[in-house]
Write a protein that binds this ligand. Structure first.
Ligand SMILES: [Zn+2]
Length: 357
């Protein structure tokens, strides 16, 4: 097999051919491999639109260069002398090439590999592994995303979730919206306030927003405000983990109140009992040790605010744990008990009522 044929097969770039054996160089000492190519098509193609022509305006005076995937562990650069054409819409431009995106100094194969790595590894690893700059990783990801992102991703949304992630120790936030039906992220923007999610609703459009039935989110007020004002037909679903945490925190507040009032009693063992009861109250009943089960039994016998708060926590947890006979019975029992109880600490009532707004 001829060396040029072999090289063509190694490079595997569509619509190109290696010029001749003398046109490629391999630097000594593990340096770069440089290959000169030509395009096999005769027609010239505008890089920005579908315009094609046989008419050549002129030939550029210098070679264009693209970084390709490494060959044998060496950086591989492609060189090609491009022709220019006159596009009725874009004027005189250098012709587009089938193996690279317009304006990019990298081949599509190279960019696809970087884009795949972006979903698997951190930026620093990608920079070192691919031997490219920090900003280049972002530029490549943006180019690939622009071309490959599904233009219909914001259509037909029904159940969606919104959440924020942070970086640089909570100095920067990114709001992400996912489609629960497909399990895919469909939208993202920096920020985490009401305006951020409003921008999503604007992009989706009024007609498509009508179809959104449920939006899951954490307990922060910003996203809920956006949904209530901009997508009022959608049901807001608060994340179960955060709801249960609110109630367990409130339960612990009651425990500390009971413990503090017991400190004044002559029998010091009572205060000690409440101090040590934290995990007996907070853990799921199935996970309790024998000692903790005993403590819980004593709290039940004593009754009062602490036992009532514990029952409230357990009934709410059961709603989400899926071990209920009938969901509605417990939810109604929970809300009924919650409002009936005057002794339930204000914090528990407040936090629970906050969720209803
Ligand atoms: Zn054009």
């Amino acid at each position: 097999m001829r060396a040029t044929t072999l090289l063509n097969r190694f490079l595997n770039l569509p619509g190109t051919a290696v010029v001749d054996p003398g046109s490629w160089q391999v630097e000594s000492g593990g340096g770069e491999i440089r290959v000169c190519l030509r395009l096999t098509r005769r027609r010239l193609v505008c890089p920005h639109c579908a315009f094609r022509t046989r008419h050549r305006y002129d030939i550029r005076e210098v070679d264009s260069s693209w970084r390709h995937l490494d060959l044998f562990g060496r950086v591989c650069r492609i060189r090609l002398r491009r022709r220019r054409l006159r596009c009725p819409e874009h004027g005189v431009v250098a012709e587009g090439v089938p193996f690279a995106r317009p304006g990019s100094g990298f081949t599509r194969d190279f960019e696809q590999m970087v884009a795949w790595l972006v979903t698997k590894a951190d930026k620093k690893t990608i920079c070192e592994f691919m031997r490219i700059g920090w900003r280049t990783v972002g530029a490549i990801a943006a180019r690939v995303a622009e071309e490959e992102v599904d233009p219909r991703r914001l259509s037909g949304l029904v159940d969606i979730g919104v959440d924020e992630i942070s970086w640089k120790k909570n100095h920067h936030y990114l709001t992400l919206v996912s489609n629960h039906t497909t399990g895919k992220i469909v939208w993202g923007r920096s920020g985490k306030d009401t305006e951020t999610l409003n921008a999503f609703v604007d992009e989706v459009g009024a007609e498509e927003t009508e179809g959104i039935e449920a939006v899951s989110m954490d307990l922060g007020p910003a996203f809920a405000k956006s949904v209530r004002t901009r997508a009022p037909k959608a049901t807001i679903c608060f994340d179960a983990f955060h709801l249960v945490k609110l109630v367990t925190d409130a339960l612990d507040t009651v425990r500390r109140q009971v413990w503090r009032s017991a400190l004044g009693l002559r029998d010091k063992t009572i205060a000690k009992k409440y101090k040590g009861a934290r995990w007996a109250l907070l853990k799921n009943p199935d996970d309790l040790t024998a000692d903790q089960t005993g403590t819980l039994r004593e709290i039940k016998r004593s009754g009062g605010a602490l036992w009532r708060a514990y029952q409230l926590k357990e009934s709410l947890r059961a709603v989400f744990a899926g071990d209920l006979d009938t969901d509605t019975t417990n939810i109604e029992a929970y809300s009924g008990r919650r409002y009936r109880s005057c002794e339930t600490p204000a914090e528990l009532q407040r936090s629970a009522v906050d969720q209803d707004r």
